[in-house]
Ligand binder design. Structure first.
Ligand SMILES: [Zn+2]
Length: 228
């Protein structure tokens, strides 16, 4: 376990505190479901800022180039959705991306690379990406939680100072249960649901690009009949 001091921060003797926290962590994995988050906060726990945004891949069956998205755990599609969101976002400087598995991390990085070269725009600095477990105790102005699993979700969504994007979805039981929580949060006005509607960055990818992405995370199926 290492203590990472971010730019602009200083060490105030964290190792002792961190070891105290770690030695008291529950060995049980948390399951995120309606009821996990406090939807009736006390006035003292409210902070000013924008509402968190839930970003999901386009609804229903969808296609990526000449490929059909087969969903599964939805990790490939979520990683690509997050990359498209970052690519089209104007204020991406102060964002950090948090993930809980390597597959999403690799697919996100690859997708962003391909989108940048496809759009022929000036290369942008990719955002720093961390595993949530390595970001415990840290904060950042903007946080994008991409496909974070239940056991790290509460940790991940509590790292943002100003803006929080949660990119989530998929067909697994855990993902569907989390979506139940997000829907409830949205119903109570604590969250804005913004499905990715005009994914220009997704359309800019070539057949070969999708093939390369599918090698990082198996989520596509070649169409056997033409679409048109
Ligand atoms: Zn998809």
């Amino acid at each position: 376990m290492e203590v990472r001091i971010l730019k602009g921060c200083w060490d105030v003797g964290f190792p002792h505190l961190l070891h105290h926290v770690l030695s008291h962590e529950s060995p049980l994995e948390l399951q995120v479901k309606p009821g996990t988050l406090n939807t009736r906060p006390q006035p003292s726990s409210l902070v000013f800022g924008e509402k968190p945004a839930l970003v999901t891949p386009p609804a229903g069956l969808h296609y990526h180039g000449g490929w059909k998205c087969i969903g599964g755990r939805g990790r490939g599609c979520i990683a690509v959705t997050a990359a498209a969101l970052f690519h089209q976002s104007q204020s991406q400087e102060n964002f950090v991306v948090l993930v809980s598995d390597e597959e999403i991390q690799k697919t996100f990085t690859k997708a962003l690379e391909l989108m940048t070269s496809a759009s022929k725009s000036a290369a942008r600095e990719p955002p720093p990406i961390y595993q949530v477990k390595d970001f415990r105790g840290c904060e950042y102005p903007g946080v994008m939680c991409v496909g974070v699993e239940d056991s790290w979700m509460v940790e991940g969504i509590s790292r943002a100072i100003q803006s929080l994007f949660i990119v989530d979805g998929g067909t697994s039981a855990a993902a569907r249960s989390r979506m139940g929580l997000w829907t409830e949060m949205e119903r109570r006005g604590k969250l804005l649901h913004r499905p990715l509607t005009s994914p220009k960055a997704l359309d800019s990818l070539s057949d070969d690009d999708w093939k390369a992405l599918n090698q990082t995370s198996l989520f596509l199926k070649r169409l056997t009949v033409p679409l048109y």
